[in-house]
Design a protein around this ligand. Sequence first.
Ligand code: TRP
Length: 329
Amino acid sequence: MTRVLSCIQPTGEVHLGNYLGALRNWVIGQDKADVFHGIVDLHALTVTEKPGVLGANTLQLAAMLFAVGLDPDIATVFVQSHIVEHSQLGWIMECTVSFGELSRMTQFKDKSAKREAEFVSAGLFTYPALQAADIVLYDANEVPVGDDQRQHIEITRDIAIRFNHRFGETFVIPKAVTPASGARVMDLQNPTAKMSKSGDDDSGVIYLLDTPAAIEKKFKRAVTDSDSEVVFDRERKPGISNLLEILAASTNTTPQKAAESYTRYGDLKSASAQAVIAMLSPIQAKYDELLRDKAELMRLIHKGNDRARAVASATLERAHKSIGFLGCN
Ligand code: TRP
């Protein structure tokens, strides 16, 4: 069966764009392939300087992954820092990638430029080597990623091919695949930009844990377009099209079909809010239940970790043997 790996950083609250764009497809995907989902806290450490934050975020993200429907009996949900093999293979990957290759990564250039006045860790620079380790540790065949991560999968392939060439066949060569297309959810206040938690102003961002009142308020204030026609046309009517896309994704229809039922912006806004509230309410209930019983939540996490570790440790051992470290053969 195809092994598919996706990873997510525990860097903050999950929002509607994450859910409708990606997480919901992870849930569908668990019945089609052998899926591994890493919560990559070591990656988040590249930009974390406060104690306690990563652990809390990781626990909440794990609860959210189970709450949206990942089934711990079939999907392998694991925490990166709990599987020491990531750091160990990460170093080996660092020695298999060149300074020049890492220097060409556009994400590093963007992120380091944005952190101009802040601490730019060496980890931010070597990050792709750790990501390569994440991927090859699990013999992943496919890694579904957006365009921003394609370069990191390319470099992973280059590193894995180089290692195999230097030390003998060891790693499965992964390929980037386009994720099953989810909804494209834009910021309610700025409907030409993707919904994202990175902006300072999050009045256009719906979080999965928002209360019904907060959701209603955000939809009520959503930016619409100048005329008053309800049609799906992203170019001409980005605000209304975004509401239609969200409403359609939340009620399993198409934006075009959803448009047929509305003539007034106000009605569309409240229908979208209600659809999102109805969709999120069982997820929130499950999330609360999971966080109320931390022992059970930890049991689910450890279950995923154990499965992940079994695969990862076998791969690391293979790599050590290929290199020929003393005593490995
Ligand atoms: N770099 C990815 C991101 O920023 C996260 C990530 C880390 C990842 N390791 C991975 C994604 C392995 C896919 C596979 O979103």
